[in-house]
Design a protein around this ligand. Structure first.
Ligand SMILES: [Zn+2]
Ligand SMILES: [Zn+2]
Length: 288
């Protein structure tokens, strides 16, 4: 395997987990992210033992560096309703178990929403939800809280909220997924090297930079501080090549997977086509 950063993408696993590897090969992705099941459905997908073995051998053969699972979108670690909260917790435990079975790196999680109540009002509930998840999960799989664009009551627009949760839960498996589009939308100007240095300093001062587990590499359709979560193809948005070059050449990002979650070029009008080889190549070219 080549050295990092590893340029990867969210790929479809529909029709069977092993299809994710075939989809990765098509676009030269070095790491991948997949959904454990349909992202808008509570009921977990059933992956057979055979399918998991097929996935693992195909992955081994094609040297995919990391496999991340993205938890379903319905989960909210701050849900008011106890049934919703239980379902949310179970969805993450399920994903962590699947990650362990497929030798995945871990699970990326949108922590949830306080629905306007404010982070302070829900932080205890979120901490206890995360502790419960980690007590029920297998020993070795990482859980990465993704920073949000700060839209509505989404937790983690400000990295300090994630630092707080991670510090209080105090489990070595818990860390951060940095989404570039969300960070930019929340006001972090990734086009400036010193802003990235400030983010790294924030990690070091509060939870350590080892807690940065993975990157979602998405350009932003909207300008800085918009609080809008609108992904764009690499160098077609406001972050542009300059921002991605800053990140890819920063030593603290050297060992990380950069997972694309962008609309893609050929089928932009069609929904959910996703990252393509053009986006992968654009990121790879910035490494040179
Ligand atoms: Zn993301
Ligand atoms: Zn997003």
């Amino acid at each position: 395997m080549t050295k990092g950063p590893y340029i990867g993408a969210h790929v479809s696993a529909s029709g069977g987990l092993s299809n994710a590897i075939l989809n990765a090969i098509k676009i030269d992705a070095e790491s991948i992210q997949i959904f454990p099941g349909a992202p808008q459905v509570w009921k977990p997908a059933n992956h057979t033992h055979e399918e998991i073995e097929k996935f693992k051998s195909l992955r081994e053969h094609n040297k995919i560096h990391e496999v991340w699972l993205h938890n379903i979108y319905l989960a909210n670690m701050a849900a008011d309703n106890s049934e919703q909260l239980d379902k949310s917790i179970n969805s993450v435990v399920h994903a962590l178990n699947l990650s362990s079975k497929i030798n995945g790196a871990g699970v990326v999680l949108h922590t949830g929403s306080h629905k306007g109540k404010g982070f302070n009002k829900v932080q205890r509930k979120v901490i206890s939800s995360l502790k419960k998840i980690l007590s029920l999960a297998p020993g070795d799989v990482k859980l990465a809280l993704e920073n949000s664009a700060g839209q509505g009551g989404a937790i983690g627009g400000d990295f300090s909220e994630l630092y707080y949760l991670i510090d209080r839960v105090n489990d070595q498996r818990l860390g951060v997924c940095l989404d570039t589009c969300h960070a930019f939308a929340a006001g972090y100007d990734l086009r400036k090297k010193d802003e990235i240095d400030k983010i790294i300093q924030g990690f070091q001062d509060s939870i350590s930079v080892d807690k940065l587990f993975v990157v979602h590499a998405n350009d932003s359709l909207m300008d800085i501080g918009s609080n809008k979560d609108r992904h764009e193809n690499i160098n077609e948005g406001y972050i542009g090549n300059v921002g991605f070059k800053n990140l890819l050449h920063n030593k603290f990002f050297r060992e990380l997977s950069f997972i694309l979650e962008v609309p893609g070029f050929q089928n932009k009008s069609r929904k959910s086509k996703g990252p393509d080889i053009e986006n992968v190549e654009r990121l790879k070219s910035l490494l040179k």
